[in-house]
Design a protein around this ligand. Structure first.
Ligand code: GDP
Length: 460
């Protein structure tokens, strides 16, 4: 038996969890791919570990990529865990309390495009959750003329086409800094930032050429080490806690949960409590699954079973009775704790995101608890009342509920990032209920407001 097996309680520093956010097409997926690619080409087998829903890049690999910028001896955090699903899904699952999914965020902004609606949305959520973030000013390769300032460490070497081009890139970067400032953040190019808690660092990168990626990893690692170390201290052997990323049907396993664990350990056979659509679900872990190594993925079985998983990690949980589980909901291992207390804890965490509903109003459907909360906030600001709000695809029941509204402007379903179930499609056609759906909250609210205004005008 090794030392760690004989220890009852073991304090350890876990990997900080990083989410990548930003407007569609600004390069979130490409940036994640590039980080994974850089880690793999760094050489050593096991340079990265693929989890369910996340990728772990260990400190040694980051150091390999960043060269002299990151000396492993200066760090005691084990690396970074990147949430694989960029954008709305992961950011809307960011949570304000206990179960904060991401410790840090990278906000990707296309350097030529600047702030866009989803950038603003991301900023709102980062503000609300108090999540520290840095900005990756992406696609610098498309604006030739990046000029390394003051010989500082950024490893970007461009053939500058002309002085004008160079200043255009500079202008774009300063515009982003200005936009951050308009949003209430003091920001600067990252090498000028002394205190990353007080200032948002802007890192120019290219997800295509990889330039700036070492700098980005360096800043993330440095920021975590300097400001997050205390938060990363966990009791690794303690009862696990996590957040549901996705609820998924899996052949041979039924309904499963893709979960990011941010505390303790989860083991096969553990009794767990999961936030459900109607009430907390108490069930027992039948299997914990991790992706097969890439080389073996051709085989039928896509997963390896593991006995236990320690935070921070992404894992698929197979267990009975998960049908009503919600993306964004908390997962807690009961183990030696009082079951009722753990249930109460899950309930109180869910209660924090209960939406205020009224007697009359619209029906709201969203893909995760976090996005439902964001929708509710946006509707409240626009003074649009909500009759009912739920996580999940648009179902016939939603159409039935919406059709009971007295006013046509409330016979409405607002769907954020959701699908319409086939039966509901039929019901929608046969009723007066109108569906507005979008994956940009502002757009959804705006479309609905335009509809209401046009109706009013038509009635006058
Ligand atoms: P996402 O929607 O934010 O995930 O954006 P994607 O990663 O899918 O990128 C959108 C498009 O921009 C794709 O065609 C990418 O190839 C391209 N792209 C992303 N990053 C860069 C970059 O740094 N430079 C260039 N030239 N193109 C990029």
């Amino acid at each position: 038996m090794s030392d760690s097996d004989t220890r009852d309680r073991s304090e350890a520093l876990r990997t900080p969890i990083v989410a990548v956010l930003g407007h569609v097409d600004h390069g979130k997926t490409s940036l994640l791919d590039k980080i994974r690619g850089s880690a793999v080409s760094e050489g050593e087998a096991g340079a990265i570990t693929q989890h369910i829903g996340a990728t772990a890049v260990p400190l040694d690999t980051i150091s390999g990529i960043a060269g002299s910028l990151v000396d492993p001896d200066d760090f005691d955090l084990p690396g970074l865990l990147f949430i694989d699903t960029p954008g709305h899904h992961s950011f809307s699952t960011l949570r304000s309390r206990g179960g904060a999914l991401a410790d840090i965020a990278v906000l990707v902004v296309d350097v030529n495009d600047g702030f866009q609606p989803q950038t603003e949305e991301a900023i709102d959520i980062l503000k609300r959750t108090g999540t520290p973030f840095i900005v990756a000013a992406n696609k610098i390769d498309t604006t030739p003329g990046w000029n390394p300032q003051d010989g500082e460490p950024i490893q970007v070497t461009y053939d500058s086409q002309s002085d004008r081009a160079r200043s255009r890139l500079d202008e774009n970067l300063y515009e982003i800094i200005g936009q951050l400032s308009d949003s209430g953040f003091s920001a600067d190019l990252y090498w000028r930032v002394q205190d990353f808690q007080a200032n948002v660092g802007v890192v120019p990168v290219s997800a295509v050429t990889g330039e700036g990626v070492p700098d980005l990893l360096t800043v993330l690692m440095g920021l975590s080490q300097r400001y997050m170390k205390d938060q990363m201290a966990i009791d690794v052997e303690g009862p696990g806690a996590g957040t549901v990323l996705e609820v998924k049907e899996e052949k041979g396993f039924g309904t499963t949960l893709d979960v990011v664990m941010y505390d303790g350990t989860i083991r096969e056979g553990d009794e767990i409590v999961v936030g459900g659509m109607h009430e907390p679900i108490v069930t027992e872990v039948r299997a914990l699954l991790q992706p097969k190594p890439l080389a073996e993925i051709r085989t039928e079985k896509r997963f390896d079973r593991v006995d236990s998983v320690a935070a921070a990690a992404g894992v698929k949980i197979a267990a009975p009775d998960l049908e009503d589980a919600m993306a964004g909901a908390p997962v807690r291992v009961i183990r030696d704790r009082d079951r009722e207390a753990v249930i109460a804890d899950v309930e109180s965490e869910l209660a924090e995101i209960q939406v205020d509903t009224e007697e009359e109003g619209v029906v709201v459907k969203a893909d995760t608890l976090g996005s439902l909360e964001a929708m509710a906030n946006a509707l409240k600001e626009a003074e649009i009342p909500i009759l009912r709000a739920e996580v999940g695809d648009v179902a016939p029941r939603d159409v039935a509920v919406a059709s009971t509204a007295a006013e046509a402007e409330h016979q409405i379903i607002l769907g954020f990032n959701v699908d319409v179930l086939p039966n509901a499609e039929r019901e929608l056609e046969e009723s007066d209920v109108r569906l507005f759906d979008d994956d940009v909250i502002y757009q959804l609210v705006e479309d609905y407001e335009t509809f209401v205004e046009e109706r009013k005008r038509a009635q006058q």
